[in-house]
Design a protein around this ligand. Structure first.
Ligand code: CUA
Length: 363
């Protein structure tokens, strides 16, 4: 399938676990499309010549063929293409499901798109711009967001591509299988220098990667930076670790299901934490009051990622996120939290409307 010469390359290199699967599906679609295009074109020409108008030959005015043969032919040309298309659907869906489920043991890297550059933050503290250094044969999970408009993180050699949206987190994962350097593109038109929003992914051997990490810039890890931000912003005054604060204890909350005051339940993921910081009135944890002010404008997108990383690290010393099953007794859902302050002390803003910005849209 891969045709290449020194000067011209039809396919990008195959450098991730998805590459062969995506190429296989692509090849199947090309073969099916080519076969039917050629068949139909050939039949058009063949019948045009065979049944052309000739002097002295008259055409029967109308024939109504209800023969078994005609029916079988019609069934065949409907059912066979249907089956072939359903294979495309099932094959494509299975790849999509795999691509949308990062394995638990993935190495997390944060990527922020900005006109017109890619900013990368590693958990250990290293940062880079328009470059991404990762170890080979290791599952990599990117958490992506944008500071301005929609971008799209695209590495053709990995055959994976994800929209990067402002005010939201998306994820992309892959396992690089070959040491090397690969092009990184923005695949969503985002303004004048969209075509310049490119970079390089460096897939390194584990030793080289560790060396690269060790020569880091001496900054703290993301979680450490997040902790100092947590202090600076005074989050700990209410989110007290013993559960006796005015706001819920955040230890071990990441990845858990949280009961909300309206009786619903939500998984505490990156987007939920982000929304709770910027639009605290959007979702109130059951048993707590609407007292948290917004931190919109006080925290940058990168600061938010650090804060999230700190919250993730809280109460999970080994980095393993414990999970609780979603299905519980319905009676459990309305339960109030461990503490309830006297109503008089912390009044909820009088019937203030919920910010419509619950979707996290900026501007
Ligand atoms: Cu960013 Cu195009």
């Amino acid at each position: 399938m891969i045709l290449e010469s020194k000067s011209f390359q039809l396919f990008p290199e195959s450098a991730s676990n998805f590459a062969t699967q995506v190429d296989g599906l692509y090849g199947y679609m090309i073969v099916i499309s080519a076969f039917f295009s050629i068949l139909v074109a050939f039949l058009i020409i063949f019948f045009a010549v065979k049944y052309r108008k000739r002097p002295g030959v008259t055409v029967a005015s109308h024939t109504d063929d209800h023969s078994i043969g005609a029916m079988l032919l019609e069934i065949a040309w409907s059912v066979i293409p249907l089956g072939l298309s359903l294979v495309m659907f099932a094959w494509g869906a299975s790849i999509m499901f795999q691509e949308s489920r990062p394995p638990k043991d993935s190495l997390n890297v944060y990527v922020t798109g900005k006109r017109w550059m890619w900013k990368v933050q590693h958990l250990e503290g290293a940062r880079e711009i328009n470059e991404l250094h990762i170890p080979v044969n290791r599952n990599i999970r990117l958490t992506l967001t944008s500071e301005d408009v929609i971008h799209d993180f695209y590495v053709p050699a990995f055959r994976t591509k994800t929209d990067v949206l402002p005010g939201r987190y998306t994820t992309e994962w892959f396992r690089p299988t070959k040491v090397g350097q690969y092009h990184l593109f923005c695949a969503e038109y985002c303004g004048t220098k969209h075509s310049g929003m490119v970079g390089t992914v460096y897939v390194m051997s584990v030793e080289d990667y560790n060396k690269w990490l060790a020569q880091g810039n001496g900054e703290g890890s993301m979680a450490e930076d997040g902790e100092s931000l947590f202090r600076q912003l005074g989050c700990g005054n209410c989110h007290m670790p013993d559960g006796h604060g005015r706001a819920p204890d955040l230890h071990g909350v990441y990845g858990m299901n949280v009961d909300l005051s309206d009786g619903s339940r939500i998984r505490a993921d990156e987007s939920y934490i982000r929304e709770s910081v910027l639009y605290p009135q959007a979702k109130i944890v059951a048993g707590y009051d609407r007292i948290m002010p917004t931190f919109k404008g006080l925290i940058s997108d990168e600061g938010m990622l650090k804060l999230i990383e700190y919250i993730k690290s809280m109460g999970n010393p080994n980095g393993v996120v414990s999970e609780r099953p979603l299905a519980k007794e319905p009676s459990d859902i309305q339960k109030t939290g461990p503490m309830a302050l006297p109503e008089s002390e912390y009044k909820a803003p009088a019937g203030g409307p919920r910010p419509s910005a619950a979707t996290g849209k900026q501007q």
